[in-house]
Design a protein around this ligand. Sequence first.
Ligand SMILES: [Ca+2]
Length: 466
Amino acid sequence: MRPGPWITRTICLFAAAMGLAGAAEKKPNIILILADDLGYGDLGCYGAKVKTPQIDRLAEDGFRSTDCLVAANVCGPSRAALLTGRYPMRAGHPISRHPLPKYAAYGLAPEELTMAELLKSAGYATRMVGKWHLGFHVEGSHPLDAGFDDYLGLHSNYIKERPDAITLYHNRGVEKAGIAFEEVTKRYTDEVVDFIKGKHDEPFFIYFAHHIAHSPILPGAAFKGASGMKGRAGTYGDFVLELDDSVGRVRAAVEEAGISKDTLIVFLSDNGPARDGSAGPLRGGKYVTMEGGHRVPGIFFWPGRIPAGRVSDAMISSLDLLPLFAGAAGVELPKDRTLDGKNIIDLLAGTTDESPHQFFYYYNGLNLQAVRNERWKLHFPRDISDQPYWAKKGGGPRKPYLSLKQPLLFDLDDDRGEKKNVFARHPETAAGLTKQAERARKEIGDVNVVGSDQRPHGLVDPNEKE
Ligand SMILES: [Ca+2]
């Protein structure tokens, strides 16, 4: 027999009170590990051929989401949303930037409030290690301008032809010019591990943004052959195992420091797989709004609060991390702006199995391409000219529906691979989603619509790269 509503409510209120008491007692350390272009199907615990023992163990000992979404299918806007808890359109960063003149003044808007700034206001030491990609050289958009006390990393993708893109920076200065890509992950991990093992008088927040598994696919010397597979798939497997090893080293450092119970570790990817990775059972990948572009591995480990062994299909997103971290740190959320994320601690802690979200909006650049209401996902008609530059060229199996004449409705509970269009069978569901899209469009915009709560991005011809 299910408990009556008043019993459920009493339990929830009691749990909420306990949660608040817990947060008041001790602010946890928070380690956010972000993989780059790692697909939904690239880890052992998500069905990959190559086992990833460290990340799989983190999932087994914590919470693993099978419905964790990111707010963009490419690096830059996904990171802007992750750090601010706001859709990229709302936060004024819907397009991924390049080291080209067009982007000289385009970075993470200084007026945006990041999770690092919030945690810093709650007394946290805040550090970032890794790839920034949000306008390192743009006035006001450097990691040190976004709430981080200390930064070590490459400011964007590793591109060996560009000296600035192979420079390891420490804060605003050069730590090492011309670093070999194969050294980078070890250097990053050493930095994070040394910091964790150091003395801490205050709680800390570390944002560790890997380059793996983005191109170049170049595993470090110690990982060559580790996957036991040959060819491109083997090299990619070795690369993912280097990431896995790094995650294992971070966790081991936390355990050795004796702070496991007081440390929340979150692992996720910034978008779906590019050429070499796998989206598992999902359709599409990086660059598109199919599930393969937006649904990523999402793992939460906090022995003090999150029970081990939970696997959940409740819809959550990278937008939820800022409210989650703020809640854990006992810091109030800002009241002067709209946040799109929700604190998911009750879901993670097991006091509910329900998602706090009803809707999710799939934007490709500026274009609202799909809306989801729990199990239902409606894709809207679009033309190639509506698409951002990264989607425009070279269609194929990973880029279906670059143009679309008629809407498509998928039932993700029954068809997460988005193959069976059930639009004709569910006209009322489709009509409801269409109305919801209208609301979103009015508020946060669309390719030819400026929303009422949208920070201007300032780019001329935003859909074009140059
Ligand atoms: Ca990426």
